[in-house]
Design a protein around this ligand. Structure first.
Ligand SMILES: O=P(O)(O)OC[C@H]1O[C@H](O)[C@H](O)[C@@H](O)[C@@H]1O
Length: 545
């Protein structure tokens, strides 16, 4: 048993949540509910009134957070304490968006200065590419960026540049290769011209199999297309914390951008890992993105728990996972540019909070990180929303929408908004049996059929959602939004007392994958593993030898 589930507040929450009325009743009894349960921070508006919560629920949740020393844990992260205890590392992605002049000392070194130097290196690189000063091996300016990386070195740059497409430099195009599946890089390279293509190899460790293999294939392609070994320096740059390995691999030392071990991969888009973003949207906009995140950092670090947006969102997610048995959480972006965000938050949250022991190694006796999934609205409404409305699982939802579109076309945005708000309303209020019967009153169905069909039309409602609105999707609002979710993830991990910053589960898969790779190339069939693994390996061997 953990202390957490033994605590009085935890047990009060168990009893309290069971007794809470339907959200419809909560709205009916308090016309001010929307005003009371909504807040603004960093140009993001959060309506959290459509949650299964009364004032008492909130005060119990805040009490739980206080008892779990959330405030001092937040401070410890910002101060650079070694909170990633299993890897003995500080967690300072917030330093990547600190303002110049701010001082954050780590082992006596001011890391903000290092960050500023890296940003200056990025800025001069971006300017040489966009001005055309940096030329390909035949003297032509660069037109295409191919970013090679995986995990945090892939999703952040890809999804943020996709989201900020209205800010793109029209003279450049960007492509992302993550998967080691040869199809991925083959298809990406097909339309490209080696003379005008720049490869960015992004790998914090410089040891990730997929990224090394894809980079080698990119080099082979470059040579096949007419480039020479000595041209490689003009076409390959790297972002890594392992400079020695990158130079050994053949990347020119002048073309290496730094990374640090105090930045987790899934928190790294703010560093030079974000170089593809900076190239596509320009360094000024990249700084806006950082500034948006910095504003959210300030809000998170300095706002009382009860008004703190990431805290409120983190506590609601915990409420559903721990007290309502919700196993998943859906993120629904009502903006085509934000269509990749659910996948980004999925990595952020599931790699961070998919853990089963507390910091001291005690097995948890409560659910930790839920499955995060989602997609873009309105598409999902014609598919999986059915399960949100009438399925047996409780799936809390986040709806995210800018009030203004970058593409204001006729009535499109109004219709988009009406669908977004209509969905949250339907989830909350549902439809009773009596209402369903009334709807069927004028039909030609028999009374018996009406009663049967009415049962199928019943929606329990009481399905929770948050709605996050922003005036417009800009680099700054996107920065704030992503930082909001980073901190929301932190809040839950802090209350559960787990390490949100390691990923040992991923490591085991990597090691076993390498072992299998050797067996696939061995001269004899595999016999030493379990029969399934032996069987699969040997089937593959028979097809390829
Ligand atoms: O940047 P790299 O060192 O190549 O790592 C890429 C990714 O691989 C790992 O498997 C981790 O789980 C991710 O968090 C990381 O972002």
């Amino acid at each position: 048993m953990t202390e957490l589930t033994q605590s009085q507040t935890w047990n009060e929450l168990v009893a309290h949540t069971e007794a809470l009325p339907h959200m419809r009743a909560l709205f009916e009894s308090d016309p001010q509910r929307f005003d009371k349960m909504s807040t603004t921070a960093c140009d993001l508006f959060l309506d959290y009134s459509k949650n299964r919560a009364s004032e008492e629920t909130l005060s119990l949740l805040f009490k739980l957070a206080e008892e779990c020393k959330l405030e001092s844990k937040i401070k410890a992260m910002f101060d650079g304490d070694v909170i990633n205890t299993t890897e003995k590392r500080a967690v300072l992605h917030t330093a990547l968006r600190a303002t110049p002049g701010q001082k954050i000392l780590l082992d006596g070194v001011d890391i903000v200065q290092e960050v500023q130097q890296a940003q200056a290196q990025m800025a001069s690189f971006v300017s040489s590419i966009t001005s055309g000063d940096w030329k390909g091996y035949t003297g032509k300016p660069i037109t295409d960026i191919v970013s090679i990386g995986i995990g945090g070195s892939f999703l952040g740059p890809k999804i943020v540049s996709q989201a900020l497409r209205p800010y793109w430099n029209k003279a450049l195009n960007c492509h992302f290769v993550g998967n080691v599946d040869g199809t991925s890089i083959t298809e990406k390279l097909k339309p490209l011209d080696a003379e005008t293509t720049l490869f960015i190899m992004s790998s914090k460790s410089f040891g990730t199999q997929e990224t090394l293999t894809n980079t080698l294939s990119a080099k082979d392609w470059f040579i096949q297309q007419g480039g020479t070994q000595s041209d490689i320096a003009q076409h390959f740059v790297a972002v890594t914390s392992n400079v020695a390995k990158a130079t050994e691999f053949g990347i020119d030392a002048n073309n290496i951008f730094p990374m640090w071990d105090w930045v987790g991969g899934r928190y790294s888009l703010w560093s030079a890992i974000g170089l593809p973003i900076a190239l596509m949207i320009g360094m000024d906009n990249f700084r806006e993105l950082l500034n948006g995140a910095h504003q959210m950092d300030q809000h998170f670090a300095n706002t009382p728990l009860s008004e703190n947006m990431p805290v409120i969102m983190g506590l609601f997610s915990l409420l559903y996972g721990n007290f309502h048995n919700a196993q998943s959480h859906v993120v629904l972006t009502y903006d085509h540019y934000l269509r990749g965000l659910p996948a980004y938050f999925q990595q952020l949250d599931m790699e961070s909070n998919g853990k089963s022991v507390t910091l001291d190694g005690t097995q948890v006796d409560f659910s930790t990180g839920p499955v995060i999934w989602g997609g873009e609205g309105t598409n999902g409404q014609h598919a999986y929303h059915q399960l949100l409305h009438q399925g047996t699982a409780l799936i809390p939802a986040d709806f995210i929408m800018p009030l203004k579109s970058h593409n204001p076309l006729g009535e499109h945005h109004k219709q988009l908004a009406s669908n977004c708000f209509g969905q949250t309303q339907a989830l909350m209020q549902g439809r009773s049996y009596e209402e369903s019967l009334t709807e069927l009153a004028g039909s030609t169905l028999s009374e018996n059929d009406k009663r049967t069909i009415a049962k199928h039309k019943v929606m329990q409602g009481n399905k929770p959602s948050n709605t996050i609105l922003m005036d417009k999707l800009t680099p700054a609002t996107l920065g704030s939004l992503i930082a909001l979710y980073e901190h929301r993830t932190f809040v839950q991990g802090a209350i559960w007392d787990i390490n949100s910053f390691d990923q040992w589960g991923v490591e085991l898969g990597k090691n076993l994958g390498n072992d299998v790779l050797e067996r696939l190339s061995a001269t004899a069939d595999a016999t030493e593993l379990d029969s399934s693994s032996n069987g699969l390996i040997n089937m593959f061997r028979q097809q390829t030898i």
